[in-house]
Structures are given as C-alpha cells and as structure tokens.
Ligand binder design. Structure first.
Ligand SMILES: [Zn+2]
Length: 192
C-alpha cells in the first residue's frame, strides 16, 4: 500500500512556477525510485550480488591483501591511481617478492568483499547540477548554460564534460552490518 500517494491529491496540477514544477517532478521521481541506474551501470553478476549481498564474514588473513587495501583506503579522494601505482612500484622494488595487488585488483577485491560499487552520473562542468531525474534529458546546464557533453549530444557515445561518483548508501549499510566489529559500533551509536 502506498501511503504517500494516499495523502497526495492524485489530480494535483503541475505548478506553473518553474522551481515548484521541478520540485513536484522530483517528488514524483523519488516516489517512483527504482534500481534502474544500478542495473544499467553494473554487470548482471554485480547487480545480482547487490540484490543478494554476501552473508559470510570476510577475513583479511593475507598480509599482502591487507597492505594493498590499507594503502588504497588511506589515499584521499583526490589521490590518483598513479599515486597508488607509484607507491606499489616503490614497495615492489624494495620487496621484490611482494604480491601487492594492482589498483584494479584492489578495487575488484573491495567489490567482492563489501559489495559496494560506484555509480557515475554526468554533472555540469561548473557543478551547478547533476543531469539526473528532472535534468536527465538536458544537453546544457539549466543554470549556467554550459554544454553537458564534449561531443555532439546526439551521438550515443557522447562524452560528458564532467561526472561525479557516488557510492549508494544501501550496499554501504549492508557491508557495515556484515562484520561484528562494525555491527558493535553501529549498536553503540544507536544507543546514544
Ligand atoms: Zn551549470
């Protein structure tokens, strides 16, 4: 039963003020939210794993895997793949037997351990808006007028000028409830 819809007037007209109309459309899109972005962007196996997250507890017994993940997670959001690879190169030069994972291998390991995968969305080059929901069909920013794409917007492979990455909250919560240490912290937090 959709209680939200019961409270709303089913025949409410679309507001004429542009900002109100946009807010109405966003409310409707939230009501109709689905996992279509996840299904579109992730491969079938990753999407299936998202719907049915792992229940077993992971254990980082491999010191090289532990090192690889630690360095990956200690990098700031603005650090690049090149930074990780430079550190890996130095470690391998000092310890030739090191089996430290590559950047992509770490990301794949994190995916399988946590089930947390990123989603990518186009955004205005000036950070005015993300081209999702109400703005998903826009070819230019509705606020500053800058082009969304580098190339012709009519080409299927149009290249966005800028994107942002988001980690959906659902898999993050699933991952937190997957391990006793983070479950204990969550319970402590909920008691406060
Ligand atoms: Zn803009």
């Amino acid at each position: 039963m959709d209680h939200g819809r019961d409270l709303a007037c089913p025949t409410a007209p679309l507001a004429t003020l542009e900002t109100l109309a946009s807010a109405q459309q966003m409310i409707e899109q939230i009501r109709n939210a689905s996992f279509s972005d996840e299904e579109d962007q992730w491969n079938p196996a990753d999407f299936e794993s998202f719907l049915h997250p792992p229940h077993e507890q992971f254990n980082l017994v491999d010191p090289q895997l532990h090192l690889s993940l630690s360095i990956y997670l200690s990098l700031s959001a603005h650090s690049s793949e090149a930074t990780f690879n430079a550190m890996r190169k130095n470690i391998k030069e000092c310890y030739p037997d090191s089996t430290m994972l590559s950047f992509n291998q770490v990301r794949n390991q994190l995916k399988s351990i946590s089930g947390v995968l990123p989603l990518y969305f186009n955004m205005c080059i000036n950070s005015c808006v993300s081209f999702t929901g109400t703005y998903s069909k826009h070819k230019k920013c509705p606020f500053c007028g800058k082009d969304r794409f580098k190339t012709s917007p009519n080409v299927n492979t149009a290249i966005p000028r800028r994107q942002f990455t988001t980690l959906p909250i659902g898999p993050q919560l699933q991952a937190l409830w997957q391990h006793p240490a983070t479950v204990a912290k969550l319970r402590d937090h909920l008691k406060r």
